[in-house]
Write a protein that binds this ligand. Structure first.
Ligand code: PTJ
Length: 259
């Protein structure tokens, strides 16, 4: 299959560090491999292309305003009693190590929750994360349904998303965030598209690539973890998601010019 995909080219021939778009090629390659490992859904490759477009329009950098969103996200995660990191195929491949480190620092649960859910994919993603060092990965057992979520994402773990007060989600669009919010949960979303439903319904949206946002989020969690709860609450209170999303939308509309 790989041979057909790259018309017989070897990986080293595609991944040349001197290539001006080396990182973009590298992440594509990782996702393609993830697909052949049974971790990434085929639609995940399409979703990545959509993300790349927004990233390109945002200048492929983490904006100052986004640092504020990440800081607020870190504070909210530190305030949580039952934080959960919801993982899909793309998120596992692009930020597996960071997901695990974050879960350990926060004592947060990791739960595999998929749009294109199959037992096989859940198992493969779980194994992948356990091999990377995760202590526990939820999503395959003790499931309950959130009936208001129409997609397969309605199946959640009793000890995970069902019980969570704060859920970190990434690289998804749809009705899940809206429904989680209706259930009284707080949602932190990492999504390059500031116009998506996930971005608009989340408590805090981080408009950035998970590959850049996750290491920064980890650093802020480490930095803020000695703060008093009152100080963390103040950071969250000061952040306004709608104002932030409008700024990010404006950046996309205006910052790009052909010279
Ligand atoms: O693994 P599964 O079965 O749960 O399926 C996952 C996908 C990604 C296929 C599924 O969630 C999906 O179809 O997502 P959408 O509706 O295409 O939405 C993906 C969103 O993530 C879009 O708004 C993209 O712009 C954004 N996105 C894509 N890549 C990245 C990203 N945001 C942050 N970082 C990225 N690397």
């Amino acid at each position: 299959m790989r041979k057909i995909l790259h018309v017989g080219l070897k990986k080293e021939m595609i991944l040349d560090k001197r290539h001006p778009r080396y990182l973009s090629l590298l992440y594509r390659e990782k996702l393609i491999e993830g697909y052949f490992m049974g971790i990434v859904a085929i639609a995940g490759l399409i979703a990545h292309g959509r993300g790349e477009t927004f990233d390109y329009l945002l200048g492929e950098k983490t904006h100052e305003e986004t640092i504020e969103a990440i800081k607020a996200g870190a504070a909210l995660l530190l305030l949580a009693k039952h934080p959960v990191i919801s993982v899909n195929g793309n998120f596992a491949i692009l930020a597996g190590k960071e997901i695990i480190e974050l879960s350990k620092i926060l004592n947060a649960k990791i739960e595999v929750n998929l749009f294109y859910r199959s037992k096989k994919r859940i198992e493969k993603i779980k194994r992948y994360l356990l091999n990377l060092g995760a202590e526990e990965v939820l999503g395959d057992k003790d499931l309950v349904e959130i009936p208001t979520i129409r997609s397969e994402r309605r199946r959640v773990s009793k000890r995970g998303i069902y019980k969570a007060d704060v859920v970190l989600v990434a690289i998804e669009d749809g009705d899940r965030t809206e429904e989680l919010i209706k259930l009284g949960k707080k949602v932190i979303a990492i999504d390059l598209n500031p116009l998506s439903r996930t971005a608009r319904y989340a408590t805090i949206t981080i408009v950035d690539n998970v590959t850049r946002a996750m290491p920064i989020l980890l650093n802020y969690v480490k930095k803020l973890r000695t703060m008093k709860r009152s100080e963390l609450k103040e950071i969250v209170k000061k952040f306004n998601n709608t104002t932030y999303l409008k700024k990010m939308e404006k950046k996309i509309r205006t910052s790009f010019k052909i010279r």
